[in-house]
Design a protein around this ligand. Sequence first.
Ligand SMILES: Cc1cc2nc3c(=O)[nH]c(=O)nc-3n(C[C@H](O)[C@H](O)[C@H](O)COP(=O)(O)OP(=O)(O)OC[C@H]3O[C@@H](n4cnc5c(N)ncnc54)[C@H](O)[C@@H]3O)c2cc1C
Length: 359
Amino acid sequence: MSRLVAHLAVPLDDPAAFLRDLKVHLPDDMPADAAVDAETVFDLYGTRTRLRFEAQMLRIAVEGEEAGAHGIARGAAAYYVQAVLGARCPLLRWTGDGADVRDLAHFREMRVVSAHRLTPRMQRVRLAGLDLARFATGGLHVRLAIPPEGRIPVWPHAGPAAMPVWPTGEDTLATRVYTIRRIDPVAGHLDIDVALHDPPGVGCRWACEARPGDLVGMLGPGGGDVSPADWTLLLGDETALPAIARILAEMPATARGHALIEVADAGEEQDLSHPRGMIVEWLHRGERPAGTTTLLAEAAERVAWPEEGEVFVWAAAEFEAFKAIRRHCRKAVGLKKSQHLVVAYWRRGRLAGDAADDD
Ligand SMILES: Cc1cc2nc3c(=O)[nH]c(=O)nc-3n(C[C@H](O)[C@H](O)[C@H](O)COP(=O)(O)OP(=O)(O)OC[C@H]3O[C@@H](n4cnc5c(N)ncnc54)[C@H](O)[C@@H]3O)c2cc1C
């Protein structure tokens, strides 16, 4: 396979300040000792990325072997430059290999195969698409791009910065993040389970009205996974149920821990396959609206934590529950950053995308 190399040059006023901010955006990828007076080499989406400062100029080179990963890394590098520079960011344009490629390696056009009600408030949509192997690893989640009703979809493509250029105006796509509940790359399909709520949003309506043959865009995968541990605690409401179900199904048979899942009532419980050592407990909120209870945080407080061994907590829920669980993990239990992944999947009264914007 031949080596692919692309270059990006970005004029900078203050290289030292830029590097400091970049380390904040890329804490896991950037070497801590990266400096403005030496070349920094690090791995970004499976590519070798080189960063060099020359007077008032940042020079980035992305080297890779697989065109898809190379394109994703170029887009990611440009994204981080933009995130650091904000409104001061000049127009970014890659040169070299892949500079003219319009396809996004992490985008697929998907076709609805079937849709049915799994439980009274959970709709399963099966989607088929080409070349799905990359969606089976590297993250549980995808962003669905839902086309406007009655229009032939116009999909995003890669721009000069290798980042997605989204259609606008009448072709604007609504995007919502969901979990791949199950994927079969060989058969070429995957399942998305959508929690139904009232009033419904775009995503909820799409799932209910999905008919075989409908087209939807899909970008991904992404999102943090569970780190291996001696004991694992999984916490979540119905939006996290697809992720918890998949995590449980993919855990090693020897896994030990506890999964606590909040749903409306017994009718929303699902038969989950899980290792014998993982206790699955359902919490019912009854008539109370989703996102208004403290069931998950209370459950996290009463759960019997092991006396020894490495623990890991994975939790996803509404914003208020997320804050309470995270507080408990950090303050009361004293978990390190590497021992927990606690996130907000949605926020009461806010459209998707606004969920985790402040705390
Ligand atoms: C990484 C990640 C993975 C996710 N995976 C899944 C998944 O697999 N399945 C799934 O169903 N959801 C999942 N979610 C949550 C989902 O993206 C949000 O619930 C999203 O808001 C749904 O979009 P919508 O168009 O239906 O509602 P929106 O248009 O976003 O919101 C409309 C209104 O509905 C409210 N609302 C949104 N979600 C709910 C809810 N669950 N219950 C009650 N009210 C709600 C909002 O607060 C708002 O007032 C995930 C979110 C993230 C970040």
